[in-house]
Design a binder for this molecule. Structure first.
Ligand code: HSE
Length: 309
């Protein structure tokens, strides 16, 4: 049996406009990196965390990766030693599914080391329980696309029912990450508990249209469907200059633009890599009027999920 493994798990964009808590997709870039080692001492331990400016807990009951691993080992009733080195390439609180990527990388990698006793569907459950310690809620719209790749629609949470949606090959995503953090648990408090019938109709019709647009590679419909009346209006105030940044993306040809997860990252779609790069440049210029440091990523959709390197 192999003793250690290095795993990459993709960043994810959840909500995708009108798909609050029910839709997300994976990116090829950026990715989270983790090294998992089997040891002789029967304990779960985080040996090293780099790239997080000392923000993430070493306490194994509080870190998403170790909580997920514990659930997995408990299910197997296995007393083995597991040591993690977490190389945070995704900032926590970025809106790019950082905690989900840690949880997914850990269970995916350990499963590989143990010769795959679990299916990806089983791993989803462990990773979701890990993710819940960071975000304070069970939502699969980062964990599921991170694990399965592609666009994922969550039809039901109980029981979990996921649908992978084909997306256009020439769909590119620009991510603007203003360099500050938003806690998902705090951002969730801004979401109203009740919505009007009109809001319900707008959200469901746009979510359904978005799925159809992806399946048919209908970019016009995609642009019309990227309309969220639930999370974006409630959370825009958390991101200085959000509407100016969004407008700059749309004016420069983006096929829609909205908040990635609970923010502060903002995503925009384009149908070519050149447009995606140009849109990123413009978004960054506008955002720097409000937030000092901003990072831009441009990526196509990752269709495979985590990988061992
Ligand atoms: N759907 C979740 C939310 C994703 O928006 O709160 C958080 O990453």
């Amino acid at each position: 049996m192999k003793k250690n493994i290095r795993v990459l798990a993709p960043a994810t964009v959840s909500n995708v406009g009108p798909g609050f808590d029910i839709m997300g997709f994976a990116l090829n870039f950026p990715v989270e990196e983790m090294i998992i080692t089997l040891t002789n001492k029967p304990e779960i331990k985080i040996k090293k965390i780099s790239g997080d400016k000392n923000k993430l807990p070493f306490d194994i009951t509080k870190n998403t990766a170790t909580v997920a691993i514990k659930k997995m080992l408990d299910k197997l009733n296995l007393k083995i030693g597991v040591e993690l080195e977490i190389n945070k390439k995704l900032n926590s609180g970025s809106g790019l599914g950082s905690s989900a990527a840690s949880a997914v990388a850990s269970v995916f990698g350990l499963n590989e080391l143990l010769n795959n006793p679990f299916s990806k569907n089983d791993l989803l459950d462990f990773a979701l329980q890990g993710e819940a310690v960071a975000s304070g809620s069970i939502h699969a719209d980062n964990v599921a696309p991170c694990l399965f790749g592609g666009f994922i629609l969550i039809r039901s949470y109980n029981p979990i029912d996921l649908i992978k949606i084909k997306s256009p090959k020439n769909l590119f995503c620009t991510i603007l990450h203003p360099q500050f953090a938003i806690k998902t648990s705090e951002a969730r408090k801004l979401i109203k508990k009740n919505y009007s019938l009109q809001e319900l109709l707008t959200q469901t019709s746009n979510a359904a249209s978005l799925v159809n647009a992806l399946l048919k590679s209908d970019f016009g419909l995609l642009k019309r469907s990227l309309n969220d009346v639930v999370a974006e209006p409630a959370r825009a105030k958390l991101i200085p200059g959000f509407y100016e940044i969004k407008n700059s993306a749309i004016e420069n040809g983006a096929l829609g633009c909205s908040i990635s997860g609970s923010g502060p990252s903002i995503f925009a779609f384009s149908k070519s890599i050149d447009e995606a790069i140009e849109i990123g440049n413009v978004m960054k210029i506008v955002s720097s009027k409000f937030t000092k440091k901003n990072i831009v990523y441009v990526s196509s959709v990752n269709n495979s999920g985590p990988e061992v390197i």
